[in-house]
Design a protein around this ligand. Sequence first.
Ligand SMILES: Nc1ncnc2c1ncn2[C@@H]1O[C@H](COP(=O)(O)OP(=O)(O)O)[C@@H](O)[C@H]1O
Ligand SMILES: [Mg+2]
Length: 434
Amino acid sequence: MSLSTPLKGRWKLLNKIGQGGFGEIFCVYDLETQHKAAVKMERIDRNKRALRLEIDVLRKIQESRFSATFISCGRNQVYNYLIMELLGPNLSSLRKKQPQKIFSLSTTLKLGVQMISAIEDVHEVGYLHRDIKASNFALRMSRKMRSENGYSPGYCCIIDFGLARKYITSEGEHRPPREEVGFRGTARYASINSHDGKELSRRDDLWSLFYLFIEFLKGSLPWESLKEKEAIAKMKKQYTNIGMCKDLPKEFVTFYQHIESLEYEDRPNYKYLRKLLTDMYHRYSFDENTKYDWEIMKENSSSEKSNIKNQKILDSAPALTGTTNDLSRSKKRSLIGGFPKEFQKNEIEKMNGMVFPKNTIERSQNNQTKNSNQKNNIIEEINQNGIVDPQDLLDPESEINEFEKMMKMINGEEKSDTSSSVDIDDNRHCCIIL
Ligand SMILES: Nc1ncnc2c1ncn2[C@@H]1O[C@H](COP(=O)(O)OP(=O)(O)O)[C@@H](O)[C@H]1O
Ligand SMILES: [Mg+2]
């Protein structure tokens, strides 16, 4: 069985786009529809099988707008495989491509609202995810797959259900906790319950999300450099407290307090948590025009490119597009990375004695005084690495599809007609649409 043989005679393997703990992800070309898709493959000689579970969960959450579309699954002599919608870059790679490896407050909040909904949707079909982390969320680039539902590109989808577990019995009751449970998940984001060998429940996925928010905003977690999970657990117990929210808007304390108040079987109040984030979003005057960090970065890159082209590099001008004086308040915030005032005060943030890298506002301040050499380095980096993962540029020539358009859009080359609007739709998804 060669990898050049199309799967089911239909999906031709193009290139590898991801490698995780148990699966390999490839981009495939659908010879029938002439669109690209993604395939997750698991060797059948592997001791541990996780793909079956992954397929089950993915199929169950198809109603969710925060899931990749299931396309097909199958098995050949070597692999079990799952074919699904091709998504864009994951949130971990997007964050790492930011100059200071952090997301602005506005981007964190926009993503956060969707991530809460995505986690809720998994919980609502009876599963815990148990491995919430940035690389397990990827942006939807294509409207094609969900066009009938009118879903927008730019949604962040939850992926990777290899560690999921059913927490509801067939009678619809919450499963009782087991006495002792082996560690599951990723040590950096695992809840303290997970380190303590306790049975996980819905609250633990939200603990991981909380750690993720801190990492988005601060660029790292206090236990970032530790490898041993015992050492991580020790440090986590020491630092997981309200102090973690120091220098963050007060709503993060409320978020923390809510998840801390949850008992094993409790249903988190997802709606309340989303509202905390949306209220914060509006309190800081972010609006539907507030852009994602990667969109801003692309704009910078484009405007810088044209500056270079015209040989009009203005060292004294702000690093971002033009002067900020004639822009609205929210627009300014978005341009400077979307951080509120209280983020501006420290050169280096200290949280419970832990030193964090400079935060986003410092990045924006730095940006404003950066000389053109530094700017050019950043542009060079963007040009080299791109927001778009290289595999996404490997379209067969005939494939002029929505996906490609969306990729261009996210890179600022095309405008999206649905890109920005505030959508207060139903109770569950009272959220900011991108
Ligand atoms: N449908 C998809 N479209 C695009 N990229 C994907 C898709 N699924 C996974 N990936 C990429 O592959 C990486 C690994 O996939 P994941 O499902 O998380 O596997 P693992 O269980 O091995 O961690 C993800 O972080 C993401 O970047
Ligand atoms: Mg993964």
